[in-house]
Design a protein around this ligand. Sequence first.
Ligand code: NIG
Ligand code: FE
Length: 408
Amino acid sequence: MKLAVVGCSELVTLAGPARARTGAELRELAIIRNGAMLVHDGRIERVGPRSEIAIDKDAEVIDASGRVVMPGFVDAHTHPVFAGNRAGEFEQRAAGATYQEIAAAGGGIRSTVRATRAASEAEIVAAASRYAGWFLRNGTTTIEAKSGYGLSVEDELKLLRAIARIGPVRAVPTFLGAHEIPDEYRGRREEYVELVIHEMLPRAAPLAKFCDVFCEPRVFPVEDARRVLRAARGRGLGLRMHADQLENGGGAMLAAELGAATADHLEHTDREGIAALARAGVQPVLLAGSVYALGLRQYPDARAMIDAGLAVVLATDFNPGSSPTPSIPMILSLAATQMKMTTAESITAATINAAYSVGLGGEIGSLERGKRADFVIHDCADYRELAYFFGVEPAKACYVDGVERFRR
Ligand code: NIG
Ligand code: FE
C-alpha cells in the first residue's frame, strides 16, 4: 500500500538529531517548501521537495492543496478515561471557589472517581472514543493516557484495559493509582500507599508503560511518591510525575533524584529544581491548559527551562477537572501568550520532544524515512497559523500508520 502526499505548502518534517531537542534546536522545524512524502505500508519511505520525489505509479496520491503537512501532535499528558464531567465545579470556581476548596469538600478528583467506579468498562471506552475524536480534530495522533480515576485494584485495571481499547489515536498507557486518596481511605494515606505498591502495581504493571504519581504536599508528599515510583521502576515501568503544580513540594527534585522520564506541571518549581532537572536529563511537560482553566496566573517558567537546556514538552493535561481541553493548538496559543514560546518551539515541544518523552522518539514525532506515517494536513498554509488562530480545530485530515483516520 503506497501513498504519495503532494501539494504541501510547508512539509514540517522536524528532521534532526535522533533525540529530544534543546535550546536553539527547538526552533528548527526542518521545513520543506512545496514538499512531498512517500509512504509504504504505513512507514515513511521518502521525504523531500516535490521536484525531487519520484512518485510510484501505483501510489494513491493525496493532494494537500497548498496546506501545511506535519507530524501528528503527540500529547504526552492526558487523563482520558473517566465518567461524567465536572461542569458544575467549573461554574462553582467561576463563582469564587478554588480547586483545592472543592477537592477538600469531597469534590474534585474524588467526585470523578465515584462516577468512574459506577461506570462499566464499555461506558468508559465509549466516552474515551468520543474524546479520541476530539483529539484527531485538533491534529493529535498519539496520547499518553493515564488511569487514576479508579483508585481500587479492580477499577484501576478496568481503566488500563479501557486505555488499551482507545483508538484510532495511538495511546501510551500510564498507571496513576497514586492520583488521590479515595473516600474509603480518608485519613489512612499510608495504608492506601501500601495498597498501591503491593496490590495495584503488580497487576497494573503488565498493562502500563509508565507510572505517575500526583506528588503534592497535601496529597502524596515526596516520601510517598518516592516509594511508589521506586516500586514501579522495580516492575519495569518508566517514571512520570505530577510535580510542583499547586506548591513547590520538592517534586522536581525527586524527579531528578529518580531520573524520571518526565516531571509534569512545574508551575512552582524554582531555579534549583530546574537545574536539578537539567543535570538529570528529565523532560519537563508543561501544562498551560490547567493554569488557564483553573483561572490561575502562574505559568511554568518555560524560558528559564529552555535556557537551562531542558528538552521541553507541551501537553494538554486533558482531564475533567483542571484542564478540559483536547486541543494542542489551544496550548500552542497559551505557550505563545503566557509563556513567551515561539510557535516553532511549541511545535517541537508537542511533536518530537513529546514523542521522546513517551519512549517513541524513534517511531513518531517527525517525518523522516523509516518512521511511522502519523501525519496531519492542517487547514492553513503557514505553520504559524496553528498558534495564532485560537478556538479553531485546524486538522483537515489525520493519518495514523498511513491510514486515514479523520477527514472533514
Ligand atoms: O494534572 N492534579 C492532578 N491531576 C490532574 C487533575 C485531575 C482532576 O482534577 O480530575 C492535573 O491537573
Ligand atoms: Fe494531569
